[in-house]
Design a protein around this ligand. Structure first.
Ligand code: ADP
Ligand code: ASP
Ligand code: MG
Length: 437
C-alpha cells in the first residue's frame, strides 16, 4: 500500500480538497496523510501564544476569526444539508474544545491540543467529503498509533505494533485518511512532530506498513537545487539519494521535514516528491541510488548560534573535545558543525534553550564567544566525483562573503559554510549563479 501525504496548500481550500480527492481516488488502496489547511497551524500557534501570555481577549478574537473561516469551508465543501450539518459539528467540537482550554490555566498540553486541531479538522472534512462523493474512505486516528519516546524521537517500534490493529479496527476501505504532525508522547499526552511534521508522519507510516512508496505532495514540482524562496532560477532535481536528500532536509530545505528521509532509508522505501497542482509531472525521486553527478543542490538553515572555545592550554590534550561535547550531551543539545584549530574549537547549535548553562560550563575550559543569527549553507552532492577544483569553484563563488566556519570531509556528500544570516541570500544566489548553473 502506498502512503501519500498532502501539505497545507494542497488542502488549503474546498476546491483544493476536491482536487486532492480526485487525485487519490484511482481505485488503489492507500493511506493518505493530511496536514492542516494552510495558515491554520500558524493561527493556532498565535492563539496559543496569546493564551500563554494570559491575553485571553485577543486569543478569543483569533479563535472566532479562524472558526468563521472554517464555517465558510464547510458551506462550500459539502453539497448535502446532512453533510453540511456533520461538517459544522466537526468544527464545533474543535472550537468548543479550544474555548474551554482558553478558559483554564495554560500548560504544554493546552498548547499541543490547540495545535492538533488543524489536522483533526482537515482529515475529518476530507474523509466526510469523500464519503459524500461515494468513495470508501475511513479515518485512522493518528493519536491511536503515532508515538514519540522520552527524547521526543519517533518510536517506530511502537508505531509498527499499533498501526495494524488500528487499520483492522477501521475496517476495510479503499482509502484510509490520517492526520499528519500529531502524536502521543511518552506520558500519553498529545504532542507533535514539530513544524512541518506531516512529512515525517508519512515516512513513519510508510516504514511501519512497509509501503512500496511514500509520496509527498506539495505546492512545487519537486526538490529544487536551491531555495526558491530566496533564489531566482532554481531547477528541479529528478533524482536524489537518501543521503543527499537527508542532508538537504536537515540543513534547511523546507520541502521536507528534517527527519523525513530516515525511516524511508532504513526500510529502503522510495520517496517521491510531487506537485498537487501538476500531478502529471514526475517530480523528484529519492532512493538509495545516487546518479553521481557532482554538486547537486544547496540549502540553508537559519537560527544557528556559533560557539567558540579558546584554550591554549587544553585543546591538544586528549579528552578535551570529549569534555566539551559532554556539556552539550548533558543539556541534550545537538551540535551541527564543528571545526578545530590548535587553540580553539568552534561549533554550532540551533537549540539555544540551555545556552546560558552551556556557556557557563564551557567557561571552565577557556574563553567562550557566542555569535547568534548565523546560517549554515550546505552544499550537497557526490562532491568527490565532481571534477577536480570543486572547492576552488565554491570558494570563488563565495568571494566577498564573510564565512565564519567551514566543514568539509565529514562525508563525501556535504560541504557546509557558516555565514551571518544577513548574508545568506547572497550566498545562496552566488552558489546558484556560479556553481550549480
Ligand atoms: P507543505 O505545506 O506542502 O508541506 P512546505 O511549504 O512545507 O509545503 O514545503 C514546500 C515549499 O518548500 C515550497 O513551496 C518552497 O517554497 C520551499 N522550499 C524550500 N527549499 C526548497 C527546495 N530546495 N526545493 C523545493 N522547495 C523548497
Ligand atoms: N500543520 C503542521 C505545520 O504547519 C504540520 C505540517 O504541515 O507538516 O507545521
Ligand atoms: Mg511542509
Amino acid at each position: 500500500m502506498k502512503v501519500l501525504k498532502f501539505g497545507g496548500t494542497s488542502v488549503g481550500s474546498p476546491e483544493n480538497m476536491q482536487a486532492v480527492i480526485s487525485l487519490i481516488t484511482d481505485g488503489q488502496k492507500k493511506i493518505v496523510v493530511l496536514s492542516a489547511m494552510s495558515g491554520t497551524t500558524n493561527s493556532l500557534v498565535e492563539i496559543s501564544n496569546y493564551l500563554q501570555k494570559k491575553n485571553k481577549v485577543t486569543a478569543s478574537v483569533l479563535i472566532g476569526e479562524l472558526e468563521a473561516k472554517y464555517l465558510k469551508v464547510v458551506d462550500e465543501l459539502f453539497k448535502e444539508d446532512e453533510n453540511k450539518s456533520k461538517g459544522l459539528e466537526i468544527i464545533k467540537t474543535s472550537f468548543d474544545l479550544m474555548r474551554s482550554l482558553a478558559s483554564k490555566d495554560f500548560s504544554q498540553v493546552t498548547e499541543n491540543t490547540i495545535l492538533a486541531q488543524g489536522e483533526l479538522i482537515s482529515t475529518q472534512l476530507v474523509a466526510l467529503s469523500m464519503i459524500e462523493n461515494g468513495y470508501s474512505a475511513k479515518l485512522l486516528p493518528a493519536l491511536d498509533f503515532m508515538r514519540i519516546d522520552k527524547d521526543k524521537s519517533a518510536d517506530l517500534t511502537n508505531i509498527k505494533k499499533l498501526i495494524k490493529p488500528v487499520i483492522e479496527k477501521a475496517g476495510d476501505a479503499d482509502y484510509y485518511i490520517t492526520q499528519g504532525f500529531i502524536c502521543l508522547n511518552f506520558d500519553g499526552e498529545i504532542d507533535n512532530l514539530q513544524r512541518g511534521g506531516s512529512d515525517y508522519t508519512a515516512s513513519l507510516v510508510g516504514a511501519a506498513i512497509n509501503s512500496e512508496e511514500i509520496q509527498i505532495w506539495t505546492d512545487i514540482d519537486g526538490f529544487h537545487n536551491n531555495d526558491p524562496r530566496f533564489v531566482e532560477n532554481t531547477k528541479k532535481i529528478d533524482q536524489l539519494s537518501f543521503t543527499e536528500a537527508a542532508e538537504l532536509a536537515y540543513f534547511g530545505a523546507k520541502i521536507l521535514h528534517p527527519q523525513t528521509v530516515l525511516p524511508a532509508r532504513v526500510h529502503n522505501i522510495p520517496v517521491r516528491l510531487k506537485n498537487t497542482m501538476n500531478p502529471s509531472d514526475g517530480g523528484t525521486l529519492i532512493t538509495s541510488e545516487s546518479d553521481g553527478s557532482g554538486i547537486k543542490a544547496v540549502a540553508a538553515k537559519d537560527g544557528i548560534t556559533a560557539i567558540k572555545i579558546r584554550s591554549g592550554r587544553m585543546l591538544m590534550a586528549y579528552g578535551f573535545l570529549k569534555n566539551v561535547f559532554s556539556v552539550f550531551e548533558k543539556y541534550k543539545t545537538p551540535i551541527d558543525m564543528i571545526s578545530t584549530s590548535e587553540v580553539a574549537v568552534s561549533l554550532t547549535i540551533d537549540n539555544t534553550k540551555y545556552l546560558n548553562e552551556i556557556r557557563e560550563e564551557l567557561e571552565v575550559f577557556g574563553n567562550v564567544d557566542v555569535d547568534p543569527d548565523m546560517s549554515i549553507v550546505c552544499i550537497v552532492g557526490d562532491i568527490i566525483s565532481e571534477e577536480k577544483g570543486f572547492a576552488s569553484k565554491v570558494f570563488k563563488a563565495l568571494d566577498g562573503i564573510p564565512i565564519r566556519m567551514i566543514s568539509y570531509g565529514g562525508s563525501r556528500y556535504n560541504i557546509s559554510v557558516l555565514v551571518p544570516t544577513e548574508h545568506k541570500k547572497v550566498t545562496l544566489q552566488a552558489l546558484s549563479d556560479k556553481v550549480l548553473k
